[in-house]
Design a protein around this ligand. Structure first.
Ligand code: ATP
Length: 525
């Protein structure tokens, strides 16, 4: 028993001796006031440290981990060294706790026979036990699980890229003061979040530079030319096989568009060229902000003639607001199906002309990148009472999504109900976004099996539009890990501004008018 006490005893004697030395020096030079100050510091220091230790999330996690793992059923019985030895239990140990910009990463070593899914299915219970906003589970390597605890929700505040719409009635002073205080607090939280992000990025960059120099890699710190050209999804400029001789399209951004923010504070760029995107969410989940984010991001390239946006708007309430921005627009069932079939025809014609000559499509005014926005896909595939129209629509959507991406056709479809009876073609969309969902099972229907267990709790997104609209989880083709994102809100005033800036500049071929149920065809300009 005496062995572990001895070093502590020595330390205590040394600390007391040092304290006495500091105290007597302070009394000798500053008198009794100096002595009182040193005494106050001596009391406040350890009390502060003990309080922090007791209250900090890090120490709460460490202290409560054995009990929590017991409650979650993650304990195992240790093998008995002798038949008469008492039973002993082991639990997955915390190897390390690291800071990340929005909270803590807790690195757990799994016990033999345990799999990450066993921990992942308790992510919610762990978040409640730790009193944090959310816990994500990832397994970066075999035998290890990282529990990413988010203490704050960086996406709780909505944002737009346009100007705020001024309120018509002036709220009372107390309300205004509270709103100002809320804004200040949110600003401080954002600043803190961004500072932490910067610090993390600097640390990561320093670590990779150090690792590269330690390994003496030639050209360390430089990206391979293929990546530097922006061909990666998520590259800030347009990509998709872009060559240095095509600066125009690159600056206008057609391969991907920035439509919001990811949970880690980085911009959320939605890849469009070379893929198709399915956006699912209940009514009011914010599908409109994604559709309008795509439109807003593509308009500079539309103005250059490199991109065409075709809009299918069965509700007549969403995309009709900016009808002059689209190369084609349809809102009644028959015209919408015709428009889809027209896209299929053009796609096949382009494929025939590319065959043997071009392997990847690069937009030019002669062969623009065509983005079809379909609001409420189920209207064509499930709710359509005309069986022939439904069959034609399904055939056209299936052909476009299975063959269109390599020849510069992208379908962005929105729908409310992701069940197979409603949308049996969802597997043909490589990239998918799950906004707020009604049921837990629907999350996996949209994002793929196991997405919810990996932390995509789309069914738990707040129904309050201020906190939850536009919030969702995105799963890209190359990365099965769902990423939490929030789309920027595109207010009506901004759509009007886009219409007046870009609307009259290019010719509009309206297939059917949003104001008229008797559809008509023809060139408007
Ligand atoms: N990104 C966002 N940030 C904040 N609020 C948003 C955002 N997107 C939408 N909202 C709010 O939520 C409301 C509903 O959004 P929206 O109409 O886009 O939902 P939806 O999913 O398209 O619904 P529906 O399927 O019924 O058309 C909007 O009126 C707006 O107030």
């Amino acid at each position: 028993m005496s062995k572990p006490i001895r070093p502590r005893f020595k330390t205590a004697v040394l600390v007391l001796a040092a304290g006495w030395l500091v105290y007597s020096t302070a009394v000798a030079h500053l008198g009794s006031l100096g002595g009182a100050l040193v005494l106050a510091l001596c009391v406040a220091g350890p009390v502060g440290a003990l309080t922090y230790r007791a209250k900090s999330l890090r120490s709460r996690i460490r202290r409560g981990w054995p009990d929590l793992t017991y409650a979650l059923g993650l304990w195992q019985q240790a093998p008995l060294p002798r038949f008469d030895a008492p039973y002993e239990y082991v639990w997955p140990r915390i190897a390390r706790i690291r800071r990340h910009p929005g909270g803590l990463d807790v690195l757990i070593g799994l016990l033999p026979g345990q799999v990450p899914d066993q921990v992942a299915q308790h992510a919610q219970g762990i978040a409640h036990a730790w009193r944090v906003h959310r816990v994500e589970v990832a397994s970066p390597r075999r035998g290890v699980v990282v529990l990413r605890a988010w203490t704050v929700d960086p996406l709780a505040q909505p944002f737009t890229t346009g100007r705020a719409v001024p309120s018509l009635t002036r709220p009372p002073l107390t309300k205004r003061l509270r709103a100002w205080w809320g804004r200040l607090a949110a600003l401080a939280r954002r600043a803190r979040f961004h500072l932490r992000t910067l610090a993390c990025q600097a640390r990561t960059a320093a670590a990779s530079a150090w690792a590269a120099s330690a390994l003496e890699l030639p050209g360390s710190g430089r990206r391979p030319s293929a990546l530097a050209a922006g061909g990666l999804p998520g590259g800030r400029a347009g990509g998709g096989g872009r060559t240095p001789s095509e600066p125009v399209g690159a600056s206008a951004g057609w391969a991907s568009v920035e439509i919001g923010t990811r949970e880690d504070g980085s911009p959320w760029r939605l890849r469009l060229h070379g893929t198709h995107v399915l956006v699912a969410g209940v009514t009011g989940a914010g599908k409109g902000s994604i559709l309008w984010g795509v439109v807003r991001g593509l308009l500079p390239a539309v103005a250059l003639g490199l991109v065409q946006i075709w809009a299918l708007d069965p509700k007549r309430m969403e995309l009709s607001f900016g009808v002059s921005l689209f190369a084609k627009y349809a809102c009644d069932p028959e015209r919408m199906v015709e428009l889809l079939e027209d896209a299929v025809e053009r796609m096949q014609e382009r494929a025939r002309s590319f065959a043997g000559l071009v392997r990847s499509h690069t937009p030019t005014p002669d062969s623009p990148f065509v983005v079809l926005l379909v609001d409420e896909l189920a209207f064509l595939t499930a709710y359509q009472s005309d069986r022939d129209l439904r069959r034609r629509a399904e055939a056209a959507i299936a052909t476009l999504t299975s063959q269109g991406r390599s020849v510069g056709f992208c379908l962005v479809g929105a729908l409310q109900d992701p069940r197979k009876e409603v949308m049996n073609l969802r597997n043909l969309f490589p990239d998918r976004v799950a906004l707020r969902m009604d049921e837990a099972a629907q999350v996996d229907m949209v994002l793929g099996s196991g997405a919810r267990d990996r932390g995509a709790y789309a069914d738990l997104i707040s129904p309050d539009p201020h906190t939850g609209a536009g919030v969702g989880y995105v799963r890209n083709e190359g990365n099965p890990e769902p990423v939490r994102v929030r789309a920027a809100y595109v207010p009506d005033s901004e759509i009007s501004a886009l219409v007046s800036q870009y609307g009259p500049n290019h010719s509009v071929y309206v297939v059917s008018s949003p104001l008229d149920s008797n559809s008509e065809s023809g060139d408007q300009q």
